[in-house]
Write a protein that binds this ligand. Structure first.
Ligand code: ADP
Ligand code: MG
Length: 241
């Protein structure tokens, strides 16, 4: 087992009835690495994230997350891993409608057992990092889709997990805010060693990640390294400029 790997997927298959969605997926994500997974709608991106996040079971293959073989963990061990070590940004709105932005983050931080003052400190700091301080006490229905999405991102970051699984996290967010979020992700990856697996359609995401993959015909294929170098140069230039 490789200690620097946050995620190790080998030969994973998943079918729903007659539809075989994943046909032998291999994928590694290292600690501190930002990985983007692209693929058309219906290609199985969410299915794969759900498997890595211990929310679903594959038909075949191996999945090791943060050093744990999650297919051999019991339901209690899987739940513990999800609550304490994995930050999820789900596709679409996942905020609880009867709680404010701040309370939605606070609730996620109760699960690993953080105390009140630490929860408040982290919730306020991450809302500020995403430019949402003014919205802390607003209810989800008072916020735009993009603001709700950014609160879901703040909630995942506030947990300070070792792995963040983000399903289309930039959808509904304008380009300038997307750039700020991805720059923030890079800073968190570098400072805390957090691994990010970002599923996306958004070409902007490619400029900020370390490694790009495509989900094609049920398999994960790495993008040509020369294209990645090109991308990194563009990103570095964008930082200077
Ligand atoms: P993506 O996230 O890339 O858009 P999904 O992983 O959501 O794709 O879905 C891949 C395929 O699997 C789709 O055809 C979808 O309809 C099907 N699918 C996903 N989840 C289920 C399920 N629980 N039951 C039946 N079919 C499913
Ligand atoms: Mg999806």
């Amino acid at each position: 087992m490789n200690e620097t790997l946050a995620v190790q997927v080998r030969g994973v298959e998943r079918r729903f009835g007659d539809l075989q969605v994943l046909r032998g997926v291999d994928l590694d994500v290292r600690q501190g690495e930002l990985v983007a997974l692209f693929g058309p709608s219906g290609s199985g991106k969410t299915t794969l994230l759900n498997l890595i996040g211990a929310l679903d079971w594959p038909d075949a293959g191996e999945i090791v997350v943060l050093g744990r073989d999650i297919l051999r963990l019991g339901e209690r061990g899987r739940a513990q891993l999800r609550r304490t070590q994995i930050g999820f940004v789900f596709q679409g709105t996942s905020l609880l409608p009867t709680y404010s932005a701040l309370e939605n983050i606070d609730l996620a931080l109760r699960l690993p057992g953080l105390g009140y003052f630490e929860r408040r400190r982290r919730a306020k700091a991450t809302l500020a990092a995403l430019g949402l301080s003014a919205w802390a006490n607003h209810m989800p229905e008072e916020l735009s889709g993009g603001q709700r999405q950014r609160i879901a991102i703040a909630r995942a970051l506030a947990l300070q997990p070792r792995l963040i699984l983000a399903d289309e996290p930039t959808s509904g967010i304008d380009a300038a805010a997307v750039r700020r979020i991805l720059t923030l992700f890079r800073g968190v990856a570098e400072a805390q060693g957090t691994a990010f697996l970002i599923v996306s359609h958004d070409p902007l995401v490619a400029d900020y990640v370390d490694t790009l993959y495509d989900l094609v015909d049920g398999k994960v294929v790495r993008r040509q390294p020369d294209l990645e170098n090109d991308t990194r140069e563009r990103r570095d230039k964008a930082w200077v400029g």
